[in-house]
Write a protein that binds this ligand. Structure first.
Ligand code: ATP
Ligand code: MG
Length: 771
């Protein structure tokens, strides 16, 4: 065992070494909260605590995996595998699986993902003949989700006239009825949605004292990361489970609470002291992540919030470069600036793509970034898009698998009963659905008994239906003895899915088959991995649970060298050497929808604080002068957050007197930007030209902006270099040119530097002085 305690400062060591009792660590970004949790677990294990008795709740499953790996390294054995570690949803899905029968669910219950849930709600709105423009299914889904997370069950809803009234006021008097129907349909399908995983866990722990005691005794030590973003439902679970031993350690930062819109409750932090009277409070102050400039700039931002706990954050890291601010003409130009800047930084400082992240407020902003990165051939990965498991062909396969595990799963059945086509049409489905509702049975059961029921379905179609059911049943029988991989492999072939995609013949069809192969490989890996674990055996049901809760944040991307693109919400807890925060404009960030109240605005500001504190070495802020919003080109104003940062931490790239929509990028520094495009003021395709005169308020703001602190240095392109020349580089110091190759834009020099060793630099970027 390495001397891991030496890798902590004194303030961090204190909560790690307090073995028992309740404790809360409240500290600013980058101060080592997650590290404290990790090392605390290692310490507990070193003190003889059985990993089976430790429960650790993290924001993503990926974070849990990384912590496990670190712990395994510290404690030096494979015991770390036995830790209960993961997101609330994944941990409690496992527990519910054991206990499902108590709640009337089959243990093989399906987990409906957001798509499935929304599709159920859409069907209900249609069946109830409600106006789909008033009852927008996504809104209805969000509403139901927030009820569940506040533990407002259907019964509680109808007992509370205020809720009904509020929904009636928002022109949705039938919301309660939809909620009721939704819950019934899910139950009938043997399905829980994401929110049920918490709601039902609460129900389980409340209604069954013996179950509560079992898990209280099992989880003697509980740890929670990102505690500021737990919602009421999660709070109650943690409270119930820790009630007996009160060995609970939570870490969080009120300044990074960014999920209030989804029900996260900052009072969970504030009330912690009341809930655990003997609580020990710890504070960490030293930031290890970022430069002084970034830490201080972030402090100057969060200071503006009125609601906050007083905290100090400082760092011994170097000052670092100032935060760069740039104004661009359009989002296209913003993308090109970011891509060029990444390219330049990467070349000059010999960095990897994965050292960079681009963060934005809304997913829609990724497109312009992607276009620019692709043009520059910079590999990137977008997080928060569709997860692999939500792709069409993958969901098709998974639906078959779900169905063979749980034949009541209605969403799965509807998806595949006629895919590939089997001549089972919508009219037949409607008849089956009506019968299923009438008898209170699943569609699958109705088909099983179809010959005894008089549903007006002709015998040809009845045979097709029975064939389908028999095929699924044969898969179920196979799954009783075969492992998940064998089952999945058989299903993809026998169901006709693979043939269907092969028939397609288009590149998309080929890609689909490749994805299915990847899925099968994934299942194989899963089976092998699970065999090593004590409490799992690699069954198909376990696999399906895993994928139902997988998000693309959870992917292991450690050996994947790509620029990361994601919304700020997803970036929580992560860190990158270089961070670009784009779209810093009023109405976009802060969002137009979050400026009605001070508390909403303060949440936006915390979001900005989260964004900025992801950066280790340098942060860039960009905004545009005009942007397409809702299909219209509108004038944009710089975000108030830019102004709120103390000027002494900032470097403005925007020339003071430049209001004339000239290209604002210095093309000499940023390389191969297509100048003709930038100069062009009339966009093609009949889109209206950008406004030529900035608004008064833009002018006022722009006048305040200072010119860059240092004049951009000319790149080397203009000087003639040859082998043998002595040169000087800003960072690498003096050096000798060894060779030159390439021509024009691609001209490179190999230089042996005193400080940096031998480097190959692209001359149009490298800032070299000829000595
Ligand atoms: P956030 O609020 O963003 O979640 P955090 O408080 O959880 O941040 P960590 O992610 O644990 O902070 O730590 C930030 C960085 O500082 C990590 O790279 C971590 O490894 C490093 N770090 C933390 N403590 C120390 C230490 N004592 N010595 C060296 N590095 C440290
Ligand atoms: Mg953290």
């Amino acid at each position: 065992m390495e001397n891991y305690l030496a890798e902590l400062n004194e303030a961090q060591r204190a909560p790690v070494l307090q073995k028992d009792g309740a404790m809360i660590v409240i500290a600013g970004a980058g101060s080592g909260k997650t590290r404290v949790l990790t090392y605390r677990i290692a310490y507990l294990m070193s003190q003889g605590v059985d990993p089976f008795n430790i429960l650790s709740l993290t924001f993503t499953n990926k974070a849990a995996r990384e912590m496990k790996n670190r712990i395994a390294k510290i404690v030096g054995n494979s015991e770390a595998k036995n830790l209960w570690m993961g997101t609330f949803h994944s941990i409690f899905a496992k527990i519910l699986r054991f206990e499902a029968d108590k709640l009337g669910y089959p243990s093989n219950f399906t987990i409906y993902d957001t798509q499935d849930s929304q599709s159920v709600i859409r069907a209900i709105i249609k069946d109830m003949r409600l106006d789909k423009d008033v009852y927008k299914y996504k809104q209805v889904y969000n509403r139901i989700s927030s009820y569940k997370n506040s533990l407002i069950t259907v019964k509680a809803y109808f007992q509370n006239p205020e809720l009904k009234e509020a929904d009636a006021m928002s022109k949705k008097p039938r919301l309660g009825d939809i909620y009721k129907e939704y819950v019934e349909r899910c139950f009938k399908a043997g399905a829980m949605d994401f929110d049920d995983l918490l709601l039902k866990t609460n129900e389980l722990l409340n209604r069954f004292p013996e179950v509560l005691h079992k898990y209280q005794n099992r989880f003697r030590y509980i740890l929670v990361d990102e505690y500021q973003d737990t919602n009421h439902s999660q709070y109650l679970i943690v409270k119930a489970l820790s009630d007996k031993f009160q060995n609970i350690c939570v870490v969080g930062d009120d300044a990074q609470s960014i999920y209030a819109f989804r029900g996260a409750n900052i009072n969970n932090i504030l009330n912690f002291q009341k809930d655990y009277p003997d609580v020990q409070m710890y504070r960490l102050e030293q930031n290890y992540r970022s430069t002084k400039n970034i830490v201080n700039a972030a402090n100057s931002i969060i200071e503006k919030n009125k609601t906050k706990l007083e905290k100090v954050v400082w760092t011994e890291n170097e000052d670092g470069p100032k935060i760069v601010v740039n104004r661009l003409l359009t989002d296209g130009e913003e993308g090109r600036f970011v891509a060029s800047s990444i390219f330049e930084n990467r070349m000059q400082n010999q960095l990897k793509n994965s050292d960079f992240a681009i963060l934005y407020r809304t997913n829609a902003q990724s497109r312009a970034m992607e276009d620019a990165l692709r043009k520059k051939e910079i590999p990137y990965r977008i997080y928060g898009g569709l997860s692999f498991y939500q792709r069409k062909e993958i969901k098709d396969v998974l639906s078959y698998l779900r169905l063979l595990i749980n034949p009541k799963d209605e969403e799965a059945l509807k998806r595949v009963i006629n895919y590939p086509a089997r001549g089972i049409g919508q009219t037949t489905m409607d008849k089956l659905t009506i019968a299923a509702n009438q008898y209170g049975r699943s569609i699958f059961e109705v088909i099983e008994n179809i010959d005894q029921l008089n549903l007006g379905i002709n015998s040809g179609t009845r045979t097709k239906l029975k064939n389908f059911v028999n095929m699924i049943k044969s898969f179920t029988i196979l799954a009783e003895n075969a492992d998940a991989f064998t089952v999945a492999d058989t299903v993809t072939k026998k169901s006709g899915l693979v043939q269907e995609f092969k028939k397609d013949g288009t590149p998309e069809g080929v890609a689909r088959i490749e994805n299915i192969e990847e899925l099968l490989n994934g299942i194989k890996d899963f089976v092998e991995e699970q065999r090593e674990l004590a409490d799992a055996n690699g069954s198909l049901a376990e696999f399906l649970e895993d994928v139902a809760l997988a998000t693309d944040m959870d992917k292991d991307t450690s050996d994947d060298d790509r620029v990361a693109l994601m919304t700020i919400h997803l970036a929580k807890g992560l860190e990158f050497p270089y961070v670009y925060i784009v779209g810093l404009e009023e109405d976009l960030f802060p969002s137009a929808m979050s400026m009605n109240t001070r508390s909403e605005l303060e949440e936006e500001r915390r979001l900005f604080y989260v964004a900025l504190t992801r950066a280790e070495k340098q942060a860039y802020l960009t905004y545009t002068q005009s942007r397409y919003r809702w299909g219209k080109l509108v004038d944009a104003e710089p975000s108030r957050f830019i102004e709120e940062i103390d000027e002494k931490f900032m470097d403005y790239m925007i020339p003071q007197d430049d209001y004339k929509y000239k290209p604002l990028i210095d093309t000499d520094i940023f390389g191969d930007v297509d100048k003709s495009k930038l100069r062009q003021t009339k966009p093609q395709n009949g889109t209206p030209p950008p406004a030529h005169k900035p608004t008064e308020s833009q002018l006022r703001k722009l006048r305040k902006l200072k010119p860059p602190a240092t004049e951009p240095q000319k790149a080397t392109n203009s000087i003639k270099l040859e082998a043998g020349n002595e040169v000087e580089h800003l960072r690498f110091g003096k050096g000798k040119v060894l060779s030159i190759d390439g021509v024009g834009q691609d001209k490179k020099a190999e230089i042996d530097f005193e400080n940096g060793g031998i480097k190959k630099l692209l001359l149009r970027f490298a800032k070299l002085k000829l000595l």
